[in-house]
Write a protein that binds this ligand. Structure first.
Ligand code: NAP
Length: 301
């Protein structure tokens, strides 16, 4: 069930094409939306643009920042912004304590500053419902990259998926649908048992070194340095790595390049390959999240 947002004021801050699809969906539910860093976006009826983040924070009930979070200086990615949008100390100090700040990933510095100022930070990228739905465009994007980066079909290929979590399962299942021979690499016995049940060849992470030599395409979703020098040495030089794990990825990219192994880091795939779907996924998850946050804040007042 989609929640109604009548009378709720939201600020959508920066972002990319996902936000262009997200905003009208939230408006349809009754939300009043203030946009920051969206001056160059295609016109969205009913959207109120404000010039600065500082102006926005005092006008709304909830702040929605992009999935990317900010860089280390607080710069918010704003594909359609006229000027830089920065979440700095001055802005943080102006955010009322009852206004939750939703953001994909929050850097430690932002979390610490928010903690000191009593601001409620809600990290959204790791919410199970969002991560599972986002795994669909992520997996499709990874497959698209693999198709472009290899001279072989995925059908019949030896494709390894390292990390069987929300993204890994979806990717492994899609690869099998295409006809790849899928090896699922995990460290939990339950995941390995499930991999076998689903028709993937299960390989424990500790045995990967002995197995990786037969891989033609390796998809990494484990946010850890799993494809290190030792592992890369064992790989075929014409194998391709598509690394989906959050920055800096799980591959020693420099060493891979030295060995002549093509290794590609693939951050932010949903927003790149399927912004409309990814925006609609946000629109599916955010209403409940917003209402939950507001009821928590109101209960605390
Ligand atoms: P997830 O559900 O937590 O799955 C992560 C998987 O990696 C699990 O199987 C986990 O195994 C394994 N893992 C974690 N730490 C490990 C370690 N130190 N050594 C070996 N394996 C380890 O996460 P997810 O939602 O699938 O996301 C996976 C990664 O992809 C994250 O970094 C996420 O930010 C990124 N991501 C990227 C995109 C993109 O567009 N590139 C899209 C979505 C997600 P255990 O269960 O044993 O811990």
């Amino acid at each position: 069930m989609v929640a109604g947002l009548k009378g709720i004021r939201l600020a959508v801050v920066g972002g990319d094409d996902r936000e262009i699809y997200l905003i009208p969906e939230l408006q349809k539910l009754g939300a009043y939306i203030v946009g920051v860093g969206l001056e160059k976006a295609p016109p969205i009826p009913g959207l109120t643009l404000v010039g600065t983040l500082l102006e926005a924070v005092s006008q709304v009930d909830v702040l929605l920042f992009p999935m990317f979070g900010t860089d280390e200086r607080g710069l918010v990615k704003a594909k359609y912004g006229n000027s830089p949008v920065v979440l700095n100390k001055e802005v943080l100090q102006a955010i009322p304590s009852k206004v939750p700040l939703c953001i994909g990933w929050a850097r430690q510095a932002l979390k610490s500053a928010a903690d000191m100022l009593g601001i409620r930070i809600v990290e959204t990228a790791n919410l199970p419902e969002l991560a599972i739905l986002n795994s669909i465009p992520s997996a499709e994007g990874a497959i698209q990259m693999a198709m472009e980066a290899t001279p072989i079909t995925l059908h019949g290929s030896q494709s390894f998926v390292i990390g069987l979590g929300r993204t890994g399962w979806t990717l492994a299942r899609m690869l099998m649908g295409i006809g790849a021979h899928v090896t699922g690499v995990a460290r939990k016995s339950a995941d390995l048992a499930r991999a076998a049940e689903m028709g993937f060849q299960p390989v424990h992470l500790s045995d990967l070194e002995d197995q990786i030599g037969r891989a033609e395409i390796v998809f990494n979703t484990a946010p850890a340095p799993v494809l290190d020098r030792v592992m890369l040495e064992m790989m075929a030089r014409d194998a391709v790595i598509i690394d989906l794990a959050s920055l800096p990825g799980g591959t020693d990219f420099e060493y891979a390049q030295m060995l002549g192994i093509k290794a590609l880091l693939a951050p932010g795939l949903p927003g790149i390959v399927a912004p409309k779907t990814a925006g609609k996924i946000l629109a599916q998850v955010y209403p409940q999240l917003i209402l939950r946050q507001l009821s928590t804040v109101n209960a605390l007042v």
